[in-house]
Design a protein around this ligand. Sequence first.
Ligand code: ARG
Length: 578
Amino acid sequence: MNIQILLADKIKQAMLAVGAPEDCDALVKQSAKVQFGDYQANGIMAAAKKMGLNPRQLAENVIQHLTLDDYIEKVEIAGPGFINLFLKAQWLATQNELALQHEKLNLTLATQIQNVVIDYSAPNVAKEMHVGHLRSTIIGDASVRVLEFLGHHVIRANHVGDWGTQFGMLIAYLEKMQNENANDMALADLEAFYRAAKQHYDDDAIFAEKARGYVVKLQGGDEYCRTMWRKLVDITMSQNIATYKRLNVTLSLEDTMGESIYNAMLPQIVADLKAKGIAVESDGALVVFLDEYKNKEGEPMGVIIQKRDGGYLYATTDIASVKYRYEQLHADRILYYTDSRQHQHLEQVWLIAHKANYIPQSLQLEHHMFGMMLGKDGKPFKTRSGDTVKLNDLLDEATERATNLIKAKNPSLSAQELADVVDAVAIGAVKYADLSKNRSTDYVFDWDNMLSFEGNTAPYLQYAYTRVLSVFRKAELSIDQALSGHITIEHEKERALALRLCQFDETITTVASDGLPHVLCNYLYDIATLFSSFYEHCPILSAENEPQKLSRLKLAALTARTLQTGLDMLGIKTVEKM
Ligand code: ARG
């Protein structure tokens, strides 16, 4: 049950009944303070202005037309014309019961199922994933999980950088290593492999000549070059898949839709853009000039789609990929998870695709961008020697730190339990640190913060989950066995928890529409905190009587399921004890 929508509809009906314009909006929000009720309608002032009425008078009229029913306890007018809404505790309890009975916690599932393409992770071949790909991978995967949970048809598009002129030097270098029987070793460290290839390219004229020849051959479909290229792609992807597994990310090999698959479409697209007069020749290259973007001189900005030497660009491939996703994958919505520096690139690509009529206006295109990952010093996150941090090294360090932490906290865990807890905590902490920040900003990577058992962190939430479970362990009950009796809300801490549990639905709706997982993180943190103070004030196993005990057990059971479902949507594992 989405309470926010329920109340917004109700208030809007009342507003219309007293003559507010058709497009008025009740602007119902969760109240920031208890004294303002559970929800607030903030839309009266704007409507009153349009109607030329005193806002408080309009608020009075609206309230007159509100039918109080089974869920609204009382309404109040506050300030210049806010309407404060108080819900009935027993109705909240009923909603909690319904959620508890339901496999998917009674969340509002999609009624209009969409084909959603999610473009995320997208590392580059023969390069190791760096921290920017980490952000895209983690945040993108959370969106995948939420949209799939709601019933949408999600297509994971791993837009891997597996094409381009760099493959000439990579193939030439792979050949050299094979001739020296050193290819296995060289490929084990892709980053070093890439660097060495580049070094040869820059220093050795004969090597560079050969490399350039291989680029042309590869593009022409030459068998030998194709095989060498395939080798590089396969090795990179098998390393990436291992990393995805380690990260508990749902991407598999089948989700790879690299730049190369669009290669065959490019000549036709370029010819078509030229024929439509959208692309014009300029200095031997083919360029689309966009009036919507001006360069420093105030002239329309040019997006090159084919270089003078015939080569295509990143933008050309992205025009092809959006066309492909619409035509072949029947996308209704495409979400791109890449850093903010690619924003203009994507907007220009979409604009060109619209101008060429490759995609309709109805296709939802969204760039879910994010800032950079910074070190504690506020500078881009690097190793001490100034190199980019390798993902696997980062995860190794997380594992080591988590091991020390968990061992100290609970020495009685068995070896297997310890391994499971460490895995959940280490990976969970890294992921949650990223997910819990508003993704559009840069974020500071700080080991101590992310691994802390206090504050808005994965370990805190995972620990909160085990604490709820421990109640059931002590009572020798399983969560399902707690489902007898009824929820009755007496204490204010019970009420606060019950209300927030009811708001899981509107939280997920927001995450699904805005692609902002930090909203879910904040929500789960609230649940854990509210449970903690409920637990402190409202004894569960030593409740005053059996009905009260059963009621509280039910609230605890719903808390556990909400935490677990929410963390799972974020791709974060839970354990039974830690
Ligand atoms: N491979 C690119 C990079 O490493 C990201 C690709 C993002 N997706 C896209 N359709 N352009 O920066």
